[in-house]
Design a protein around this ligand. Structure first.
Ligand code: PLP
Ligand code: SF4
Length: 338
């Protein structure tokens, strides 16, 4: 008999709540969000409603925000602000050269051995700093038409050993849609690894349900799941449980963060995030310098301060808890270390 690993023994049962229902119930009205947090007095400072990139935040994530605190690091990631409307030189709509790296519908190929699929255009949360706010998702969904174009493209490139699902959020797709992809990948022997980049295990951990973990666990590939949390307060017991379920599938679970002014540009906050992630069984991977996307300039931290912060982390934490500080530069052959 095989002894269960510690991770398997503590794996909690899949959640009872239906994630699609929770998705639909997300807060999408900034006035309501301010009401929920006792911050009604800030309603006059909101920008006009932005149909293109509306506020969206699941209620479970709102519950992790501090009541009455306009500087709450989770709130600042989602609340539309008037400064977003400022035109700042150098902040553009396609900040990382995605259009130039497009090889087929929804397929981005920038780095050796790895192809990235824009699997879905949806997210459960709209992060104000995100490059996605300007991306033309309408034409660019790899999941459309049974993943046909993306799989066809992969078939023709034997150098691709790792497939990365990104978006938008790939876990916005129904599990049946992911199963469809899994069947297609079975015909591509060169692909040995599947990586999923998703913010859902953090912002809507109920998404990591039994159907999904059953699919992921049975997939005959190496699996990597890269979460996206920027602050320790984003992790609570429900996120711990989702991470445990992910790890029980055999997936390696990593986290990437974006360095954000006012949110996590503080050595103590970053150290606490690394410690908190590790407590959930997750290793820090990248700390990204902000993509210079129109509407996000107020989040930028300059490179010098970024380096000072990471140096402080290095002197306080074990090496494996220090994320790699990188910037994405269009045309480069990898993320660029700072
Ligand atoms: C970031 C990114 C990757 C992954 O890069 P890693 O350094 O392997 O994490 C792959 N493809 C594209 C297009 C990317 O933007
Ligand atoms: S792609 Fe990621 S960072 Fe961007 S809005 Fe969606 S969840 Fe947020």
């Amino acid at each position: 008999m095989i002894t269960a690993s510690p991770a398997a023994r503590i794996t909690p049962d899949a959640p009872a709540a239906d994630w699609r229902q929770l998705w639909r119930e997300a807060v999408t009205d900034a006035g309501e969000l301010l009401d929920l947090l006792g911050l009604q007095h800030l309603a006059g400072q909101l920008p006009p409603a932005d149909a293109g990139f509306q506020l969206r935040v699941p209620r479970g994530f709102v519950a992790r925000m501090r009541h009455g605190d306009p500087r709450d690091p989770l709130l600042l990631q989602v609340l539309p602000q008037l400064v977003e409307l400022d035109e700042v030189p150098g902040f553009v709509t396609d900040a990382v050269g995605d259009m130039a790296a497009r090889e087929a519908r929804g397929v981005l190929h920038k780095y050796h051995g790895r192809a990235l699929l824009i699997a879905s255009g949806s997210c459960a949360i709209n992060c104000r700093y995100c490059f996605r706010r300007h991306f033309p998702y309408g034409e660019e969904m790899a999941a459309a038409g049974q993943w046909k174009q993306a799989l066809e493209h992969l078939r023709q490139d034997p150098s691709i050993s790792e497939l990365i699902l990104s978006g938008g959020d790939p876990l916005a797709l129904a599990t049946t849609k992911l199963e469809e992809l899994g069947r297609g990948l079975a015909e591509l022997p060169q692909v040995i690894r599947l990586r999923i980049h998703s913010r859902l295990p953090v912002v809507l951990p109920e998404r990591i349900d039994a159907a999904f973990t059953g699919w992921l666990g049975a997939l005959p590939l190496q699996k990597v799941v890269v979460l996206h949390a920027n602050h320790a307060n984003e992790l609570d017991a429900s996120v711990d449980a989702a991470c445990a379920r992910l790890r029980a599938t055999g997936a390696t679970v990593l986290n990437q963060s974006v360095l954000l002014r006012g949110v996590n540009d503080d050595a103590d906050a970053l150290a606490e995030l690394s410690e908190r992630l590790f407590a959930a069984g997750v290793l820090p991977y990248y700390l990204h310098q902000l993509d210079r996307v129109q509407g996000a300039a107020h989040f930028e931290v300059d490179d010098h301060r970024a380096l000072v912060l990471v140096e402080a982390l290095r002197t306080h934490l074990p090496g494996y808890l220090v994320p790699r500080l990188v910037r994405e530069v269009g045309g480069d052959a990898s993320k660029r270390p700072l």
